[in-house]
Design a protein around this ligand. Structure first.
Ligand SMILES: [Zn+2]
Length: 125
């Protein structure tokens, strides 16, 4: 994959990482508030009760993500970002084949192609 093609994935990964870490001042947060409540508020003078609502939603979202694989996902995101820096992102760690973009869109931090992921899973990974 070309560096230029990796860029959107890199941004997604950074946003995901920020979300998992619970960073506040990030693009991820901006994206979240766009998705969730508050239709188009410009984030400055937000009344505190609305801010509380927002953080509840945020918390739940975060918990959901964390519950899926906990810190493992965070580690995979770090690894994926490293692979982007190395220019090898989008290649399966196991069989060195190209991971389809549809898969990367769904799980941008996956280090494996579909086949290897299911092989590893069935072998108790
Ligand atoms: Zn593979």
């Amino acid at each position: 994959m070309k560096k230029r093609e990796m860029k959107p994935f890199k941004e997604t990964l950074i946003a995901l990482r920020a979300r998992l870490r619970g960073d506040v001042n990030t693009l991820a947060n901006a994206a979240l508030s766009n998705n969730g409540n508050s239709a188009g508020s410009s984030s400055s003078s937000v009344p505190s009760h609305i801010a509380d609502l927002g953080s509840d939603t945020y918390e739940q979202d975060n918990t959901l993500l964390l519950m899926s694989n906990e810190g493992e996902v965070l580690q995979q995101i770090e690894d994926a970002l490293e692979r982007i820096e190395d220019g090898v992102y989008g290649t399966c760690n196991e069989c060195s084949k190209v991971i389809p973009k549809t898969r990367l869109n769904a799980i941008p931090y996956t280090p494996y192609c579909v086949k290897c992921a299911s092989d590893l899973e069935s072998s108790g990974y």
